[in-house]
Every structure is written in C-alpha cells, then in structure tokens.
Design a protein around this ligand. Sequence first.
Ligand code: CMX
Length: 455
Amino acid sequence: MQLSKREHWKPKPQQTSKMDRLKDKFREKSSALRTELRSLIKEHGDKTVGDVKLGQVFGGMRGVKSMIWETSNLDAMEGIRFRGYTIPELREKLPKFQGGKEPQPEGLFWLMLVDEIPTQEDVEWLSDEWERRSEIPDHTFSVLNTLSADTHPMTQFSIAIASLQSNSVFARRYASGMSKLDYWDATYEDAMNLIACLPRIAAYIYRRTYHKGEHIEPDHSLDWAGNYAHMLGCSDQEDFKKLMRLYLTIHADHEGGNASAHTVHLVGSTLSDAYLSFASGMNSLAGPLHGLANQEVIKWVFEMLDSLGTETPSKEQIAQYVNDTLAAGKVIPGYGHAVLRQPDPRFTAQRIFAEEYIPDSNLVQTIWKIFDVVPPILQGLGKVKNPWPNVDAHSGAILCHYGLTEYSYYTVLFGVSRALGVLAALCWSRALGFPLERPKSVTSEWIKEFIKSNS
Ligand code: CMX
C-alpha cells in the first residue's frame, strides 16, 4: 500500500470566526510577553527560586515553585486573586447580566485571558460567541445515552468531553503540519468551543440521570450561566440563575498547583489538545480530596441530620458528630486546604449570597453552625494545618434550597466552572511555548543514600 493511501485519522474541518476581538487582544498580549520572557529566561535562567526539602518530596510537593500560571494566584492568608482582583472586587467590577448583582463568568474568562476587565459590550459579545459555538455533535448525546443511568455524573462528564475531541481544531491542524507559533491559535479555538458546549452537556447529564431524560432546550436569549441554570430546570429560576453566575465565577480557577489544574497543565504539555487535557483534569477533580468534596460535604451533613433525627441540630450535637467522624478515622469534608490558612473567600462569598437570599433555610443555618464548631475541634487535633472551611463546605446547602438535591451531580457544576481557568491557562501555556513537563523522581533507596552521604 502507498504511504499516502494509508488510513489516517482526520477530525472534521470546522468553521472559525474571522472577527474575534478577544483573540486579537490575546495575540497582542501573549506575543509581547513571550518575547519579554524569552530574554528574561536567557538572562536569569540560573537563579534559584527556592529549595526543595525532603518533607516536600514525600509530602505532595506542597509549596514547590515549579510552574507558571498567569490567570490567578493563591495567597495562604488572603485566598484567591484573579489577575490581582479578589472575589469581592470581581463582584463589584465585572459586568452583570441585565443589571443584576452577580458577576458574569464570561467577564472572568476575559479577565483571566487578557488581563483586562471587560466592558459590558465585550461580555455580551463573548456570550453571543459561546452561543454561536455551542452546537454539540449527535454522537456525544449517543455516547451519553449508552451509559447506564447509575454511571457517576463525573464519569459521564469526562466521557462526554472526550467524545467532543473529534472536533478539535488543534488535533486537525497538528495532523496537517501546524507551525509551533500557531499552537496558541488552535488551542484558543478549542478552548472557546469546548467552554461553549459545557452547559448543554452538563445539563443533559443531569436531566438524563435524575429527570427521566426530560430535557430542556437552551434559551438563546440567556447568558452562559443563566442558560445552564435554565437547562438544569431548578425551582425559583431567577435567583437560581443569579446563584449560578456567582458559583461559576468563584470556582473558575485556584492557581496552577491544585490537582485538576495541574493535571490539565501536565497533559496539555504533551500537546494533547484541550479536550483530552480538560477531560483528564475532570478525572482529577472527581477525587474526594478535591472537587468531589462538595458532594461529600452535603452527604455527611444529611447523614448527620438523619442520625440525630433533627433538621435543626444544636452546636453540641454537631460537635459530638464531628468527634465521632474523626474517631472513625475519616476527614471532615469541606474543611482544610493544602495552601489556604484562613476561611476560604469562596466560602465567604457563598455565605454572603445565602445571607441575602435564603437566610431562613435550616440547612444553610446548619452549615453556619458547623463553621462555628469544626475549626476549634480540628485545631485541637494538633496536626491539621488549616482548620477552616474551603469552597466545598457551603455550596451544597444553597443548591439544595433551589431543588438541586442530587449531590452526586455537584462536582459537575464545579467542573463546568473550572474549565474557564484551566483553558485560559492552557492558551497561555501554548502562547508562551512551555515545554513538555517532566520533573525528576527518585527512589526511597536514593533518599537513604542521600541522607547517608549528607550526614
Ligand atoms: N478533617 C480531618 N483531618 C484532616 C482534615 C479534615 N478536614 N484536613 C486535614 N486533616 C488531617 C490530614 O488527613 C492529615 O492527617 P494524617 O497526618 O493523619 O494523614 C493531617 O491533618 C495534616 O494534613 P494537612 O497538611 O492539614 O492537609 P493536606 O494538605 O495534606 O490536605 C486536604 C488538604 C484538603 C486534602 C485535607 O484538608 C482534607 O482531606 N480535607 C477534607 C476534604 C476536602 O474538603 N477537600 C476539598 C479541598 C478543596 C478542593 O480542592 O476542592
């Protein structure tokens, strides 16, 4: 057989928009930074930015500076800043949907990608652009339909994302011989297309799993988050849409070292496209020490309420249940963090929302009582570095109020949001020409020899 006649995998060609104000801005900013960083690395590449201790080698690499992540930065005491802005600042400065109070995730994506607060018009453009790109291939729905309804929603989500990969612009252009300098362009197209498709896919998974496959058609007049809320079909729709705008903003990014972001970065460094990289990141988010903690929190709270036989437990009852959980050798879900050493501002943002919209909810009030009870108990153990609540401690109670009680689904919501940060960061990794990630591992034998020769 002739070489050229051999069967060769070719994804379908796709149309891309010629007028793209966000892409034009990204091109300009990223090419300037790329040039600047090249000369910075040439001149300062030998400087040391930190030492690695043996405890860090065994301890999950906490604090080891080893990656560039442009879109956000995490401070142990202050929490997350997205391009320098705290969550309260984002709530104030990012454009809102039709005069509402909550920021639109579109605005945060714009900010993370090009380091500028967008105008209202920019955000409307981006909403329309994602709407234009949101067509989902039939085979993705077919793939989902073949999965048994008891397949965990995160597994369904990951499979659906991987099934979209046949649309990858990056994979198609790479297969036909793309220049390295164009990697960012194809990645940008994939990131925009993938983000555009996520609400519909995620809502489809929810409705097929919990609502007998009775799907709700998208509402093309809505924004990205509002349309997702609409397709989920929860009660008190207007407030639920507001919640989703906030939720999908605050979960979007948490610098690069967290497990899901780092997974996307690592897999992406092999030049796997955005679909494969993001699906991998979602498999990482699905672990109970990471994103799945949002499901674990509310499950643990419901089990506590069932075992106490009340919907309004006292702080003393909660303290006893917390101690029992710890005595059984389990963690308190929603508490602790690998980096943070204060209450997570994402917890606080949700608390402020709940104080305004649903202060009388028994479940929400239980979350607030748990907040009063758990930190001193964890502190008393003497080993927990951060006794404070993280983002996952609050979300379930608010979602339950709006009728989204199926907690096995919660990590999918987190994942839809997380796409914004990790895919904006992947565009930067491609634009800045980051290489294949390949740290050094050592054996425990090597460590013992190292200690011997250094003592
Ligand atoms: N309940 C009980 N024990 C806890 C604890 C908690 N919430 N948080 C930490 N600890 C324990 C650890 O299990 C560890 O115990 P051992 O030494 O016996 O193994 C000890 O305290 C020291 O851990 P640490 O250094 O404080 O925490 P890590 O950086 O190792 O782990 C995290 C961080 C998030 C995995 C951990 O705090 C935890 O398991 N929390 C509960 C799960 C959770 O809420 N995860 C979501 C995090 C946010 C996210 O990524 O979405």
